[in-house]
Design a protein around this ligand. Sequence first.
Ligand code: SAM
Length: 180
Amino acid sequence: MQIGVLRLGHRLPRDERMTTHVCLTSRAFGAEGAIYSGQKDGSLERSVKRIADNWGGEFSIEYEPKPIARIERMKKDGWAVVHLTMYGMPLPEKMPGIAEKKKVLVVVGAEKVPAEVYRLADFNIAIGNQPHSEIAALAITLDRMQGGKELERGFQSNFGGAAISLEPAEKGKNIRKGYR
Ligand code: SAM
């Protein structure tokens, strides 16, 4: 399954940390890239690129000034759109349908999400119908989409060419400089 993440409505300075964490969570848990809309933020892009360079693998971050048009284009290109919203359908009920898809774009909001996104989404998915966080919603969704593989030791082989990598340690820290 190919996974992309779209973060709608990045706001400066309010969303600096949250959007960074959306990107880092996307990368660490199996997405090939993150797209963000709202306010363009060079510093966000640089910090995500720096982490991706240091910790290996291929991960892209891209600014999209026209997110609705981008969603429409990606749908035409075969991407299934999974919009995460507390108003949506429970994830467990819809997971079988999502798991059949080859390319999934996971969409999270920041500010109020336009009604158009709900209409365009193939799945409007709640991670519990309570308000919480785009980071929690994204992490759980990515985990369920991959059956938990992204938490297994072997998954780290996806982060090739790393300047820094970690060996799991019972106690303390086992930092490897350079790729294992
Ligand atoms: N309106 C507030 C703001 O401007 O910061 C809250 C934004 S809300 C926390 C941001 C995003 O978190 C939502 O667009 C949605 O993608 C995600 N989210 C929050 N609770 C969720 C839930 N229970 N299920 C799925 N996604 C959720």
